[in-house]
Design a binder for this molecule. Sequence first.
Ligand SMILES: [Fe+2]
Ligand SMILES: [Fe+2]
Length: 314
Amino acid sequence: MKLLQRLKKTKIGSSIQYHIQPRKVKFEWHNTPVDWVPEQPFVSYFINEINMILPAGEFWFCRLYNKVLPQIQDEKLKQDVQAFILQEAMHAQAHNSANKEYLCERHIDIQRNLDVMDFLFGKLLADQPLGLNIPKPLQHQWDLFRLGIIATVEHMTCVLGKYALYNTEWQKSGADPAMLDLVKWHGAEEIEHRTVAFDLYRHLGGGYLARYYLSVVVIAAVLGLWVDGTAHIMQQDPRFKSIRPAIYKPWIWREWYAISQRNNGLLPNPLWLISQQLGYLMPWYDPVHEAKTEDAIAYLNQSPAALRAMLKVA
Ligand SMILES: [Fe+2]
Ligand SMILES: [Fe+2]
């Protein structure tokens, strides 16, 4: 009994002292061209695809976190999770606004890519996967598996967040300010809340070894969905008609790699992205050391979309 009480007391809680700040944002898409990085259609489509990938997943994070919220015994971690939910919901809304007011307005068919993500997060990874009832004794394991996926994805979003936050090449290439702000604002908030998913996963009993297979599953899924979705929207552009990009054709992978080498900083190198997963597998991994919160906050304090939303409220 005493041991149980001691274990309860030492249960891993929040690993941060600061309070995560949910922010409202407002993006204006009237002037954003399809090639939002001028003369870089591949780069523009590649990054535009994240608008389709993210919302379904982020709303799924919110649903699952709301479900497990009553199980959290650490008050600060509970506050972190609540702020995380508000931030992720705002990310999803912001990317949805880009889908509706920017990509659809430019006559890009995004529905097929949205349907893939809806199937994945609305059906396959739902509380009842593909409509199947999970037996009661296994429900916690199913939740834990999904929380592990979120923790692994959040390591990757922190890595990508750093890449976006410190990127200077997009701006040098004359990138559209709205898309630039969207990726930097999102990246900065990913850095700000980088500890939450990992803390929550461990708090609710997530183990160390699962990180290995979760990493393999997540990296393969993210790269596959990203390239497949990009190929689908690129195919609609007459400039890529003769190539007809597809996930199974080496061209799109080679081109991604070549651009990341040629134009240092316009796209992250796929091999670098995979290598960034290694740190997550180390027993001493601690997301606090993955990035600098103060750099993220410095950007967030002057993000045009966040300032515009504040003016609207005032
Ligand atoms: Fe996010
Ligand atoms: Fe996140």
